[in-house]
Design a protein around this ligand. Structure first.
Ligand SMILES: C[S@@+](CC[C@H](N)C(=O)[O-])C[C@H]1O[C@@H](n2cnc3c(N)ncnc32)[C@H](O)[C@@H]1O
Length: 475
């Protein structure tokens, strides 16, 4: 008798057909309903990672063209269920994958019980796996429900289709069952998703989070694979943090689940975790020390400074002898360049600028030095932007978390003087770069960063900072 693998299409054939099917869909429909299919490589890796027994029940409630159910079938799992809103996607799955149950249904608008009934499943399932749609819920979204309680829950947690999918998955998985979903990475730190994130941290066991970066080229942002177990977290549960490296999920470190009460940081090694703890617990935050304004520039004046006019430690086309107490920061942040900011006296700023106002000129220059340091950019990239290599914003939410060292330290004046030297130097001259390096060392010193820690930070930043800053002597 032929084996299941012999009667099924090969991976190559299935991938090809799936791609053709995906590109036949209208792009407006795909965007509104988050229709971006997962390739078989990733769906197989996710299943490998879960070590599923063949007699388990597995469901992908938004199965699309069936990557997960195809991979599950190839693995020999017996009870496979798929649902999708798109009847053509459902036909595609039924035509290509033998012996599965796949139906056309709204698995977000209907509650778990109704969905399981429709699938004719008597009890909840062991595994829910997939890549649910991510799209803000609005008029263009096809999902609808009159369930006020559910709608309220979804709205309170960011009003996105993937939030609805996670909540529905929790309604359909057995106690102790597993949910493994590809979701947007910003779920880990964006405040609008806070309610669901906090609920998961308190009420469910988070098994692992895999950082897969910007895996889906046509989808905005980066993604993670969140794997949770439907049971209360044990006091000693550790979340395993992994990263997709080439085609493997590589474990980076483990962090006690109870360490997080709201935002989740994807530490990438034990050392990384320990540096964060040191910075976070030893120092006050910018928000505690800087009592002035931190936010976007508001001036509509034609002479107002724009983000483009700012360079590191200076303003293009503006004389340096300014008085006042403001720092202007380019609002757009890229890890490759790091913070780009300048002392701006009392000039006015447009909305492409983040303005930071503090006590006096010296204090501003001290903070300016810190903002440009490798340590501070490491902190932002790792702990505030969660290793996102995409462009971010220097919004107050992030800046306020920056730890600030003791402003009474004897190194305070040295840092201010060093910043003033850099301001006087010709931009990006040898002397400018040399002084930036002196500044980096002073900043490590004032934060009491040990040699092995600074080496670690330098190494991490060398990978992500652009050559423009490296070749010229920053490292
Ligand atoms: C990101 S795609 C992923 C599909 C598949 N899980 C994969 O990884 O290839 C999301 C899928 O969700 C489906 N979808 C969107 N809204 C849905 C709803 N309310 N009920 C069921 N499926 C829905 C879309 O049709 C699309 O196929």
């Amino acid at each position: 008798m032929a084996t299941i693998n012999e009667i099924m299409p090969s991976n190559g054939e299935y991938s090809y057909k799936m791609m053709n099917f995906e590109s036949s869909l209208a792009s407006s429909y795909r965007k509104a309903n988050g229709v971006y299919y997962t390739d078989l490589l990733l769906s197989e890796r996710m299943l490998d990672d879960l070590n599923i027994r063949n007699d388990s029940t597995i469901l992908d409630p938004c199965c699309g063209a069936g990557s997960f159910i195809f991979s599950a079938k190839k693995k020999g799992i017996n009870n496979i269920y798929g649902i999708d809103l798109d009847k053509n996607a459902v036909s595609f799955c039924l035509n290509h994958i033998p012996d599965i149950s796949c139906i056309q249904f709204d698995s977000l608008g209907n509650n778990g019980k109704t969905i399981l009934n429709k699938l004719q499943i008597q009890e909840k399932v062991d595994y829910i796996i997939g890549n649910p749609p991510y799209s803000p819920i609005d008029k263009s979204t096809t999902f609808t429900t009159k369930d006020i309680v559910f709608n309220k829950k979804v709205a309170e947690s960011g009003n996105n289709l993937f939030v609805a999918a996670l909540i529905r998955a929790l309604e359909m998985v057995k106690p102790n069952g597993i949910i493994s979903y590809i979701i947007p990475k910003n779920f880990l730190h964006i405040s609008s998703y806070g309610k669901l994130r906090k609920d998961l941290l308190k009420q469910h066991t988070i098994i692992s989070i895999v950082d897969i970066g910007a895996y889906f080229k046509n989808v905005r942002g980066e993604q993670i694979i969140l794997t949770i177990q439907n049971c209360l977290p044990k006091d000693n549960n550790n979340i395993i943090i992994k990263k997709l490296v080439n085609t493997e999920f590589v474990a980076q470190t483990q962090v006690p689940q109870k360490y997080f009460s709201n935002e989740i940081i994807l530490f990438n090694s034990d050392e990384d975790f320990s540096i964060y703890n040191k910075l976070n617990s030893t120092y006050q935050k910018l928000t505690d020390i800087c009592l002035g304004y931190i936010g976007r520039g508001k001036s509509k004046n034609l002479n107002a400074i724009t983000g483009k006019e700012i360079r590191k430690f200076g303003l293009k086309n503006t004389t340096s002898n300014l008085d006042g107490n403001q720092i202007f920061i380019q609002n757009i942040y890229s890890t490759e360049s790091g913070i780009i900011a300048a002392f701006a006296g009392n000039l006015s700023a447009g909305e492409t600028v983040t303005v930071l106002t503090d006590g006096n000129k010296e204090m501003c220059k001290f903070i300016l030095g810190i903002l440009h340091s490798r340590l501070c950019n490491f902190f932002l990239y790792h702990y505030c932007y969660n290793y996102s290599k995409l462009t971010m914003h220097t919004d107050p939410k992030y800046l306020k978390k920056i730890p600030l060292p003791d402003t009474e330290s004897p190194l305070f004046n040295k840092i201010v003087q060093c910043v003033e030297k850099i301001e006087m130097d010709e931009y990006m001259s040898k002397s400018w770069f040399d002084n930036v390096e002196v500044l980096n060392k002073l900043i490590y010193k004032i934060y009491k960063i040990k040699r092995n820690e600074s080496q670690y930070i330098d190494k991490e930043m060398r990978f992500v900072q652009s050559n423009k800053w490296q070749n010229n002597g920053i490292f």
